[in-house]
Unconditional design. Structure first.
Length: 124
């Protein structure tokens, strides 16, 4: 993520939404290492995403670009919608029930499908 895209554009020079413009509990189109959409969670300065790795699909958090010089990987591009969950649930993300975990994953995965055309427009 840090560096340049295939187009030669420096990622650090691309426009994105700053932290103060973000709304808690909203779904955003993002540029990130492991996802293209995520739910903003301000208390950790991160986005809750659906991550796929080694055949597993699980909830994960990636930090906003401006909040961590070394580990910030997310640049939010635009707000998509309000997520249908109480934002307080993200404060206990690693202790939520399996049922709630599956609901959030399902929401993120189906939202990625719903917004696929928007994602393709950006990535080409």
């Amino acid at each position: 993520m840090k560096g340049e895209l295939k187009t030669g554009i420096k990622v650090s020079e691309m426009e994105y939404l700053k932290v103060e413009k973000l709304k808690e509990g909203y779904l955003y189109r993002i540029r990130a290492r492991n996802a293209q959409i995520g739910i903003w969670h301000p208390s950790t300065g991160s986005f809750v995403i659906s991550r796929f790795k080694f055949g597993f699909n699980y909830l994960f958090e990636e930090v906003h670009w401006d909040l961590d010089k070394w580990h910030g990987t997310v640049q939010p591009i635009k707000v998509l919608e309000k997520a249908p969950f109480n934002p307080a649930i993200y404060n206990h993300l690693w202790n939520i029930s399996d049922v709630m975990n599956e609901k959030i994953l399902y929401y993120l995965n189906t939202a990625a499908t719903r917004y696929a055309a928007d994602i393709r427009r950006f990535y080409g």
